[in-house]
Design a protein around this ligand. Structure first.
Ligand code: G3H
Ligand code: 13P
Ligand code: ZN
Length: 306
């Protein structure tokens, strides 16, 4: 069933588990995410970026809405990193039930004003809103405190921001970054800062750039001819700790992309004569489903479907 983001996330924060927001761009990824959620009786958030909407067009948004409506678990359809008011309105027209407005690169007052405007439009049609405060950047542990402060979310500002904007959930910058290169070894994540934010902001908190970049997938990608540098993600234990401190929505895209592409590479390499796309897309879809399931187990959302 199609529900708002807040319906899923409010319960998650109150009960201390996390819900995955998994990015989709096509039919196979969408099926993998929804099948994993149904098999594990987990709520789930399907995230579409502006790039995904451009790539998949109406075919993608109509498919996603129809499948979410039929799903036997709560599903929210979410605009990931909405960059403008117009982009949010487009998502609202397409039937999304959750939107993100990302003005985190603007100054505080502009971020407040633009977010407030989106909140008014989205709430008028019963859709809930994610906003972001702080800059997402891979930060090394040894970086000076004032440098960290300049980039990462300020807890007191977060409290004021949420009161002034009326946003429903907040993406925080606590050291993670997007993509496969999040820092050397075990990338830094600022749990004490998260704890302070969570003590001042009762709304569900959101972790972007949360992929764990499993080394097994990196190896399979390399073994099938892929080229990738020193890839590293967020350690599963660090994610668990973040959930215990108040993170309710965990964004995952990179891990799905790695699984999908590694399996396609393997399939093509093993069967050079094959040109039926179903023969290599099918196993790639299964691999994504397994990644989604293991993330749901890690987040603690298994069996939490309302
Ligand atoms: O945070 C961004 C997501 O990974 C989506 O990426 O804009 O390339 O679709 P994209
Ligand atoms: P990853 O690149 O770590 O998967 O993060 C995805 C994300 O934050 C989407 O908004
Ligand atoms: Zn993100």
């Amino acid at each position: 069933m199609l529900v708002t983001g807040l319906e899923i996330l409010k319960k998650a924060r109150a009960e201390g588990y996390g819900v995955g927001a998994f990015n989709t761009n096509n039919m196979e990824l969408t099926q993998a995410i929804l099948e994993a959620a149904e098999e594990l009786k987990s709520p789930v958030i399907l995230a579409l970026s502006e790039g995904a909407m451009k790539y998949g067009g109406r075919a993608l948004t109509r498919m996603v809405v129809a499948l979410a409506q039929e799903a036997r678990v709560p599903v929210a359809i979410h605009l990931d990193h909405g960059s403008s008011y117009e982009s949010v309105l487009k998502a609202l027209r397409e039937g999304f039930t959750s939107v993100m407005i990302d003005k985190s690169h603007e100054d505080f007052e502009t971020n407040v004003r633009e977010t407030r405007r989106v909140v008014e439009a989205a709430h008028a049609v019963g859709v809930t809103v994610e906003a972001e405060l702080g800059r997402l950047a891979g930060i090394e542990e040894h970086v000076a405190v004032d440098e960290k402060d300049a980039l990462l979310t300020n807890p007191e500002e977060a409290r004021v921001f949420m009161e002034r904007t009326g946003a429903d959930y907040l993406a925080v910058a606590i050291g993670t970054s997007h993509g496969a290169y999040k820092g050397k070894g075990r990338p830094f994540i600022d749990h004490p800062r998260l704890e302070r934010i969570a003590s001042l902001v009762p709304a569900p908190l959101v972790l972007h750039g949360a992929s764990s970049v499993p080394q097994e997938l990196i190896q399979r990608f390399r073994d099938s001819g892929g080229e990738i540098g020193e890839a590293a993600g967020i350690h599963p234990e660090d994610i668990k700790k973040a959930i215990a401190l108040g993170i309710a929505k965990i964004n995952t895209d990179t891990d799905l992309r790695l699984a999908f592409t590694a399996l396609i590479r393997e399939g093509l390499l093993k069967n050079p004569k094959e040109f039926d796309p179903r023969k290599y897309l099918g196993p790639a879809r299964e691999a994504v489903k397994e990644v989604v399931k293991s993330r749901m187990e890690l987040f603690g959302s298994v069996g939490k479907a309302l």
